[in-house]
Write a protein that binds this ligand. Structure first.
Ligand code: HAM
Length: 438
């Protein structure tokens, strides 16, 4: 049947002062399907591996992030949304990331008394005041997992393996997934590395960008993260942190690599992966899909053995990862993973008060029988309802008018052939089920 052309009503422009803030957007039902799909797939996988869901507040004390991500990190220094409460003037922050809140919750709820490691996952919105662009928003969702309370590289392996499995289960080509991997050592070995790194960069001081000059003073490791063209050559010649690891950190990293090899997880060692948050120790990594934008990681993570202690909690190591949900969705769509809102099987058209009353009962019966039925119960006009049915593209329409109600009958219209038949209303479920089966 030719589809009636639906007139689109021109969208009135909303006043700028009332529109969504820059970098934030509504998630409409068609889009939310992808969020649900990711969460559903992740939940099944993670719970199978003993990770259970936690959600922490969207607002936290700003101090939590300052102390853990670092005062000089871009996330805190440039991107954190903060506010002052009206009563006590406390400084709160819209959470820019999920690891520090989860470790805070681990301490505050004494989860260290449970069998270790405690394995958690989370899914929700995060906020960073970044320059909005493709794959970078001011409000974005993260799906993360954290395993807290065990220093063994087996946990680093598990976190990386689960990331790999999840991306595959979501439908991405496993052959194109790869990890960029590095170890940034512990406090001790990092100190000697930073000394050498600074020496090297000072020799090249005239050639590096102003940001790197600043980083050299405030957070020297971050020079390795510089994306500016003028710094690339210098970055390539920089000393490699892996050459400075102490015996324990070296052995930890070696065991991780052996585990990843045994599981056939593709990775490349990259000395420039240092991560933008200050709490990391030893393992750091980012995950990519080959052939997609090089600088847009689908996710990133690593080990944070000192984080709990830095929050005055017990000395408990941890490791985790977070995936950017919007980046994942963009990648899924680009890789032809299409999701659609469920299509109704049938549309009920009713006319008149009596038909509406009978229609209500029929609707519920059909739904209880698992038949997906759509309606426009607020409308009376046959034309308007048929137009809606046509728009939804349902294969069948049921028509219930005053006359049909009086006779205990109902009309079934096959929208493809245009054929109309009349059936006793108490037989219609059986008839519909047979027709839908065909
Ligand atoms: P992150 O690398 O800052 O790590 O963020 C993780 C992922 O979130 C990124 O790889 C990216 O996909 C996504 N993401 C970050 N910022 C944005 C943005 N502005 N717009 C869209 N997506 C974004 C963390 O947040 C750590 N807490 C990860 C972790 C968990 N480490 C250990 N456990």
């Amino acid at each position: 049947m030719a589809k009636a052309k639906q007139k689109e009503v021109k969208t009135p422009k909303i006043k700028k002062s009332l529109a969504t803030p820059r970098g934030m957007r509504d998630i409409l039902p068609e889009e939310f399907l992808y969020y649900d799909y990711i969460l559903k797939t992740a939940r099944k996988l993670f719970e199978y591996y003993g990770y259970y869901r936690i959600e922490t507040p969207i607002l936290e004390k700003a101090e939590l992030f300052i102390r853990t991500s670092g005062k000089e990190s871009e996330v805190v220094h440039k991107e954190m949304y903060t506010l002052r409460t009206k009563d006590k003037g406390e400084v709160l922050a819209l959470r820019p990331e999920g690891t520090a809140p989860v470790v805070r919750a681990y301490i505050e709820n004494a989860l260290f008394n449970k069998p270790q490691p405690v394995k958690l996952y989370y899914f929700g919105p995060y906020f960073r005041h970044e320059k909005p662009q493709f794959g970078r928003y001011r409000e974005f969702y993260q799906l993360g997992i954290e395993a807290i309370g065990d220093p063994d590289p087996a946990l680093d392996t598990q976190v990386i393996f689960l990331t790999y499995l999840l991306l595959g289960q979501l439908g991405l080509d496993k052959k194109r997934i790869f990890f960029k991997l590095n170890s940034i050592g512990c406090k001790e070995c990092r100190r000697s590395y930073i000394r050498e790194l600074k020496k090297y960069y000072k020799k090249n001081y005239s050639k590096i960008c102003s940001d790197c000059r600043r980083r050299l003073k405030t957070n020297p490791l971050r020079v390795l993260d510089c994306k500016k063209e003028q710094c690339q050559e210098i970055k390539e010649g920089a000393p490699n942190i892996l050459d400075y690891l102490c015996e324990e950190c070296k052995s930890h990293f070696k065991r991780l690599l052996e585990n990843l090899d045994a599981l056939n997880i593709p990775y490349i060692l990259d000395k420039t992966v240092v991560r933008g948050l200050d709490y990391y120790t030893r393992t750091v990594f980012e995950v990519f899909l080959e052939g997609e934008k090089e600088n847009l990681a689908l996710g990133g993570g690593g080990r944070y053995d000192l984080l709990s202690k830095s929050l005055k909690g017990p000395d408990k190591p941890g490791v985790g990862v977070a995936l950017g949900v919007e980046r994942l969705i963009e990648t899924l769509k680009k890789n032809k993973i299409k999701l659609q809102l469920p299509q109704p099987d049938v549309f009920l058209v009713q006319m008149g008060d009596e038909a509406k009353r009978v229609g209500f009962q029929l609707l519920e019966k059909l739904r209880q029988e698992g038949i997906k039925i759509a309606e426009n119960i607020g409308k009376n006009s046959l034309r308007a309802q048929l137009k809606n049915a046509d728009r939804l593209n349902t294969p069948f329409v049921l028509i219930l008018g005053q006359e049909e109600v009086l006779n205990g009958m109902i009309i079934l219209k096959d929208m493809r052939s245009g054929l109309q038949e009349t059936f006793a209303i108490d037989k219609i479920i059986k008839v519909l089920k047979e027709r839908l089966k065909k």
